[in-house]
Design a protein around this ligand. Structure first.
Ligand code: G4P
Length: 539
């Protein structure tokens, strides 16, 4: 991106105002991967020369983008993809689809200003949609709903809307209204422009064309699109949508009370460009971020001069030829320029000579970046998830949460001479956020925690490849963990009484390890002065 030089504060304001940093949330199989791919295509970020046959590798992947890469033969393995479209800069954040990586997803959402919720038109709200939605609500992230797979038999749109309203307590403002679905899907009326976006099933060998044909509602072509009975049904529905449902209201959407809804088909590239335009039009530019500067609460936005940001993800091994470790930094303020030195509140500093931006097939060195952008900072263990970075080093953002693990395992290394290495390796992975580490107060065991079993697989692979350690997982005598807080004297007394259940996490914060959820409730009841938390905000 070439940027004219000039007053850097004004530049920062103008540039950050056209950033749209968003993530896509959905239940597996609703079409997130397909939509991501076709957003990149419709946004001009990738030009596919046609599908590349899957390469036969069936191993589960940790990222949907890895799946795209594998299946399409294009390189999109990054946690963020940036593209420019019609004057805006879009930063699309990858949220891993596999359930085991939900913690990663939560962390990614802390870096997003808005989200797209993809629903399968035949299924509506599914369990994981609901879970992810709750995280968005916790963070006040506004949501656009994309009802996908309209080229297949779908639920009645009113039923879908009703489900969103009742299950998510969200008002729904449809901006398009579909004419039927499945075989008889004809397209959607654009309720604001009052014209009709025609759907045509693409030819078999066409995997790149974007559907953009619009016809006026009084056009003869529109009259020919459907039979009289189809048209009557469509007009009744569209009339209801227009008159009986809430009109779109920007304020309600941005506050998270209302979701605008589009209907489309990611696979057939129908409604995808409309979605990108809608994000450009209504999704919020970088949100002011709450932080503290030397203990005082502040709010940072794109208009602020000082460069600041926070690490929301660490990704290792992005390039198999280099043992690299990239910290993804979401910028919150200022105009970042290559070569800058940023500091953490704990006094660590890093000179950012080669900040990466991920544009379509390439990673590029970013000469500058603005609030809302995500830069990849290659580093070797200096930065960790949750770190705040700023020029002055005094800015501290609200933490990035850690969630109580759902599975705990005792971990051992096959070669006992390598026990010290094991500890260091586990600390490294915990700092990256791959798995959590708990060091019990008694004994020399090390316990690792994860949200799902796949995390252990990834961990054991990485221990073997990066640290040359063969690790064994054994059942742990604990099933869950809670972070403790309270008055120091109370905590000490509690720890004394419960020594065999006490541990420290990677930051040495006190943790209570419990055998089951009953034990947690019981211990909580008996110790009202101690706070037991299933979420830890990391700073
Ligand atoms: P996910 O990332 O949310 O898990 O979903 P993904 O995009 O992988 O899509 C899941 C399945 O749904 C895929 O089919 C995909 O082709 C299909 N799909 C996605 N969007 C649409 C759509 O708009 N219309 C139709 N008809 N299908 C759609 P699959 O058979 O499981 O995989 P594949 O062999 O096609 O890759």
């Amino acid at each position: 991106m070439s940027i004219p030089s000039g007053d850097s504060e004004a530049l920062a304001r103008v540039h950050s105002a056209r950033r749209r940093t968003f993530a896509i949330i959905s239940h597996p199989d609703a079409g997130k991967t397909t939509l991501t791919e076709n957003i990149l295509l419709a946004g001009g970020a990738i030009r596919l020369a046609g599908e590349v046959k899957a390469r036969g590798e069936t191993r589960r992947t940790t990222s949907d983008w890895m799946k795209i890469e594998r299946e399409r033969g294009i390189s999109v393995t990054a946690s963020v993809m940036t593209f420019e479209f019609e004057g805006n800069v879009f930063n699309l954040l990858d949220t891993p689809g596999h359930e085991d990586f939900s913690e990663d997803t939560y962390r990614t959402l802390t870096a997003a200003d808005s989200a797209i919720m993809v629903l399968d038109a035949a299924k509506g709200i599914e369990p994981r949609t609901l879970k992810l939605f709750e995280v968005c609500r916790l963070r006040d992230i506004p949501i656009i709903t994309f009802v996908n797979k309209m080229d297949r038999e779908a639920l009645d749109p009113l039923e879908l809307i009703d489900e969103v309203q009742s299950k998510l307590q969200l008002d729904v403002a449809p901006l398009m209204w579909p004419a039927s679905s499945g075989q008889s899907f004809r397209g959607c009326v654009d309720l604001r422009a009052q014209d009709f976006l025609v759907f045509r099933k693409p030819a078999h060998d066409d995997s790149t064309s974007i559907q953009e044909t619009r016809v006026a509602l009084d056009d003869a072509e529109f009259a020919n699109l459907m039979s009289a009975s189809e048209r009557a049904e469509f007009e009744e529905g569209a009339g209801l949508a227009r008159d009986g449902l809430p009109a779109f209201d920007l304020g309600s959407y941005r506050e998270g009370h209302l979701t605008p809804m589009l209907f489309g088909s990611a696979l057939r590239r129908y409604g995808v460009r409309e979605l990108i335009r809608l994000i450009g039009e209504i999704a919020p530019p970088p949100r002011p971020q709450k932080a503290e500067a030397a203990g005082k609460p502040i709010v940072l936005s794109g208009a602020e001069k000082e460069v600041s940001g926070f690490v929301f993800k660490i990704q290792a091994n992005m390039d198999p030829n280099h043992r690299d470790r990239i910290a993804f930094v979401r910028l919150a303020s200022g105009r970042f320029a290559r070569g800058m030195r940023l500091r953490t509140p704990t006094g660590r500093q890093i000179n950012i000579h080669n900040p990466l931006m991920f544009m379509a097939q390439d990673r590029e060195i970013a000469e500058e970046a603005y609030a809302g952008d995500v830069i990849g900072v290659p580093n070797y263990g200096v930065l960790r998830v949750g770190d705040s970075l700023s020029e002055s080093g005094v800015i501290r953002f609200q933490g990035i949460p850690n969630f109580a693990p759902e599975i705990l395992r005792r971990v051992r290394v096959r070669d006992p001479l390598k026990a010290k290495h094991l500890r260091r390796a586990l600390e490294g992975l915990a700092e990256e956020g791959v798995t959590q580490l708990f060091k019990p107060a008694l004994g020399a065991d090390l316990i690792v925690g994860a949200v799902g079993p796949l995390q252990f697989e990834v961990m054991s692979d990485r221990m073997a490849n990066e640290y040359n350690l063969e690790v064994l997982f054994e059942p742990a005598p604990f099933a869950s963990a809670r972070w403790l807080s309270g008055e120091r004297a109370d905590l000490e007394a509690f720890a004394e009484k419960n020594r065999s259940a006490m541990a420290g996490d990677v930051d040495d914060a006190p943790v209570f390890l419990a055998k089951n959820s009953w034990e947690i409730s019981y211990t909580m009841e008996k110790n009202p002065k101690i706070r037991f938390s299933a979420v830890k905000e990391r700073h």
